[in-house]
Design a protein around this ligand. Sequence first.
Ligand code: ATP
Ligand code: MG
Length: 174
Amino acid sequence: LEKSDVDLVSFLNDVVEMNTGYGAEFQVDFDFSTRLDTAMARLAPERMMQVFANLLSNAAKYSPTNDTVRVGLEDDGEYWQVSVTDRGPGIPESARETVFESFGQVQNTDGKTRKGTGLGMAIARKIVLAHGGEIDFESEPGHGTTFYVRLRKPHLEADLGQGDTETASLSDVA
Ligand code: ATP
Ligand code: MG
């Protein structure tokens, strides 16, 4: 995993900008806001971009038309926590694992499934875990879903700019 030092504040601004196409496709706006001025993390930018492209495309796909998907960034102790919130149909508790399985598509609480291969979240989870991070969600059926991605803060300022020591492999990601 080829990591570099990235400021999540500017990274998430780029994420929103690079995915406006999904917003347009589903007539949904993306809005990123945070109280943080800066949030340095070590990550593989193209891989992490893939994670957020999937989270934003899912949120857009399941949002009501003309709605806004909110992207947030918070300080969560050892982690930076990114959130992606939609007001779609939600994900039933019984599908908590299925969402992250390859080819897993859930019958949403509105009874509809939408087009897709069911690979996006399986890949996203592999990428986040390979970064030593966490991914999960909270959902209220009928009201919406928030996905969370937590990325470890570098332990010390001195960690930033150091060589790659991690050996996590993404070889089984397409
Ligand atoms: P792909 O991303 O491969 O094009 P996909 O979007 O269907 O296909 P995933 O991104 O892996 O697949 O998501 C898996 C399933 O989880 C979705 O098919 C959907 O049932 C459910 N899901 C994911 N995100 C949301 C969301 N924001 N709201 C409601 N259901 C969701
Ligand atoms: Mg998807």
